[in-house]
Ligand binder design. Sequence first.
Ligand code: SF4
Length: 312
Amino acid sequence: MIERISFEDILKIADWWKESGGSSKVEIAALEPTLWKDGDRDICDIVKYLKENGFIVSITTNGSTLSKYSKSIKEAGVDLLRISWHSLDDDVFKDITGGGNQEIVVRGLLKSIELGINVKINRVLLRGYTKDIRDKVGLIDKYKLKIKLLDLYWTPSSNDFYEKYYISPQEVILNELDGFYLEKVDNIEASGRSRVTYRTKNGGVVEYKVKESAEKNHEYCKECKFKDECLEGYGDYFRVFPDSSASLCYLRKDLATYDYSSIFKEETPLRFVLEGRCNFNCGFPGSKTSWCLKQGRGFSFPSRKEVIKIEL
Ligand code: SF4
């Protein structure tokens, strides 16, 4: 059975978070949150409630349903929409996402821009698949958007491919954006890993988080067998999962707890993983192997079987 957090639990957690003095930033994140439903409630009802209660609300989506949802998300008052968009090439996009249709995603993206939603692109970097970055940053410049260049997250299931496909944002900027106008700007205060931010000529923003700045000093981290591979710091996010458990670690399921107070940190953004399924299954090109960092938690993804039939 697919798990999803109930509307009632979301409200309770948001109220508790506010009363406890937690960060006003709430992120509604992957797996695909626009698939979430509770009776006749959908993601817009969550955004509306959070906004009415003084939160700054962002959503991370794969963009596949935005044509349907962007207007009501805008009306609900969302502050930031992050769209995961990993290639400009239709075939590569299909291959990476496990069958996703780029045209539909771009349609939803353009509609969101037209509606005046604050849009940010999340782009996972894969070695050998970054040639389109220059054109993509060109679009970021043209539409005055933001893009975050993301390091590939390590997970036990992606281990065999990790070294082959990992490429740092620094290397991509150096090789693919050489000569492109990028002005380094001071970092805006943000929790978690430190960031490097550039502004493009027309007012777009390119940023990445510094992998080496991940905070791993917690007692759990000291003895952790994933210490060398894990990419986020312990406590970068207070993630609440579809079964209502919460964790400060993206990787280890055994560190999830229902005792929220025991892991509460007021400066940490609250991140809801509403839904235990996704309609994409992002992975390595030409392979059945997924790189999604939510793998290994028993969530539901479509098969990547069809993807490997694509000849590149
Ligand atoms: S996987 Fe979790 S516990 Fe282990 S080092 Fe990373 S943040 Fe710390």
